[in-house]
Design a protein around this ligand. Structure first.
Ligand SMILES: [Zn+2]
Ligand SMILES: [Zn+2]
Length: 170
């Protein structure tokens, strides 16, 4: 095991969050792989706002500390649907999974974290439909639609992704 892998596995960094009624409490047990700020129309509609902020992380690095989620299959931009996990009582969405990345990667809704300020976006995506009053910071990458992880993610995150991909192959 490389020393680099050790540092990831023993990373004491926790990110706790939950729903509005506080029935559901969860913990991310590591830093996310990458954080998306998505300006697509679907995210605008689902949040009722101007963008969605999602922290991508391996499903097995998310622990439900308390409560339970209900998984609602919801249409998505790709046409393949997304599964949105919602508090079974107050129905606030805490994370989604998408057909593209499969169940192995959860898109945690950063706004449900206790300290959302800790996870600013690593990239802005679908800026083609960004609402014009939203002004992006010049030092954060932005793409008109989507991007290749291999070109944007830090090396550590790509290594973690490779582990997931290896696991999901038959
Ligand atoms: Zn709730
Ligand atoms: Zn989106």
């Amino acid at each position: 095991m490389s020393s680099n892998r050790m540092s990831i596995e023993t990373d004491p960094t926790f990110f706790d969050g939950g729903c509005t009624c506080r029935f559901v409490r969860y913990r991310m047990t590591a830093r996310p792989l990458f954080v998306h700020c998505c300006h697509c129309r679907w995210c605008q509609r689902e949040t009722g706002a101007s963008f969605a902020l999602n922290a991508l992380i391996e499903a097995d690095r998310v622990q439900i500390l308390q409560g339970e989620v209900e998984v609602i299959n919801t249409p998505s931009n790709s046409g393949k649907g997304q599964n949105i996990s919602r508090c079974s009582r107050c129905r606030i969405a805490v994370w989604s999974t998408y057909a593209g990345a499969g169940d192995a990667i959860r898109f945690i809704r950063v706004g449900t974290l206790d300290e959302p300020d800790r996870l600013p976006p690593d990239i802005h995506i679908y800026t083609v439909s960004k609402q014009p009053w939203v002004v992006l910071p010049p030092d954060v990458p932005a793409v008109a639609e989507y991007y290749r992880a291999s070109e944007r993610w830090p090396r550590e995150s790509l290594e973690r992704r490779a582990v997931i991909l290896a696991r999901s192959r038959p």
